[in-house]
Ligand binder design. Structure first.
Ligand SMILES: C[S@@+](CC[C@H](N)C(=O)[O-])C[C@H]1O[C@@H](n2cnc3c(N)ncnc32)[C@H](O)[C@@H]1O
Length: 277
């Protein structure tokens, strides 16, 4: 793994426990975004995707750009000051707390990921920031996430907060009940809270989506990574979708920060934000 000197020490303990024989989606995504925290096995999986769909890196960037824009909307327009970012991934350009703090320095953020490598690198990044924390926990157990001491310390769940699910629901298997998980998370939101969700999607008319899904499955990164739009809209049941709805990520309040906006691959990544009435 390549690494910067400052983070190497903090990450060393986690490295010992890291499985370098199996690709990890956190590291594959980091590679696709141009990061430094990946192993051969992650690059092999990424390159298989890129060979099948040359726009794979573009799609990863479009997802990341959507995450940034959604946070800008939530802080700037919706007035949200607390975030629970589940499946937060390795630190990347424009981390949620950085984007949020540009608009409001008092914003509090808890990053959650099941991959302990995220905790190792997150701690190094956040060591001097009292308003931000990172915990290792699993999306499949929302109750355990809300029982985490750092979640309790930083989130006042009686006040509006936002749950971010960027590129993570797609890694739940059907038997892990993604709709039920989304429902449990929605139940935790107070009135005025928000749910953001994004991820790979099957637009129905692009055979490259099932092909990419096959590659995710081949590399043990999930078997339903490209759900249909209709399946995913159900994650927002009972909430009010903010305009323009659940749409290709590059079309959501498009700013200047996404590349190649007219590429026909874009509908393979979708995102949306919704408010609890
Ligand atoms: C594609 S990355 C998305 C990163 C970031 N949220 C974004 O959208 O830019 C997906 C992340 O979800 C994490 N993840 C996958 N399944 C998870 C689960 N069941 N619980 C928590 N995190 C999970 C992975 O470890 C990975 O870091």
């Amino acid at each position: 793994m390549t690494d910067s000197a400052g983070q190497a020490g903090a990450a060393a303990s986690a490295e010992a426990a890291i499985d370098t024989e199996t690709p990890a989606i956190s590291r594959v995504y980091d590679f696709l975004l141009g990061g430094k925290h990946h192993y051969d096995v992650d690059r092999i999986a990424s390159n298989a995707m890129i060979q099948a769909v040359p726009e794979t890196k573009l799609l990863a960037s479009a997802n990341r750009a959507f995450v940034r824009r959604s946070v800008q909307y939530l802080v700037g327009e919706a007035g949200i000051r607390q975030f629970l970012d589940i499946g937060s991934g390795l630190p990347a350009t424009g981390n949620v707390h950085e984007v949020a703090e540009e608009l409001n320095p008092d914003v509090r953020v808890v990053y959650v990921d099941k991959d302990p490598i995220v905790l190792a690198y997150g701690r190094a990044l956040l060591s001097k920031n009292d308003n931000t924390s990172v915990v290792t926990a699993d999306l499949r157990d929302p109750d355990a996430i809300f029982a985490e001491p750092e979640v309790k310390r930083l989130l006042d769940t009686s006040e509006p907060f936002a749950i971010l699910l960027g590129g993570v629901m797609m890694h739940l298997e059907q038997h892990e009940d993604p709709e039920g998980v989304a429902a449990k998370l929605r139940d935790r939101l107070p009135s005025g809270g928000y749910l953001m969700h994004s991820g790979c999607s099957d637009p129905g008319d692009d055979p490259r989506a099932p092909e990419l899904n096959r590659i995710f499955e081949q590399f043990q990164m999930g078997s339903r990574c490209f759900p249909t739009y209709d399946e995913q809209i159900r994650y927002f049941d009972g909430l009010e979708l903010i305009e323009p709805g659940f749409v290709p990520a590059n079309q959501w309040r498009a700013g200047l920060d996404f590349p190649d906006p007219d590429n026909p691959a874009h509908p393979m990544v979708a995102g949306g934000v919704a408010r609890k009435p």
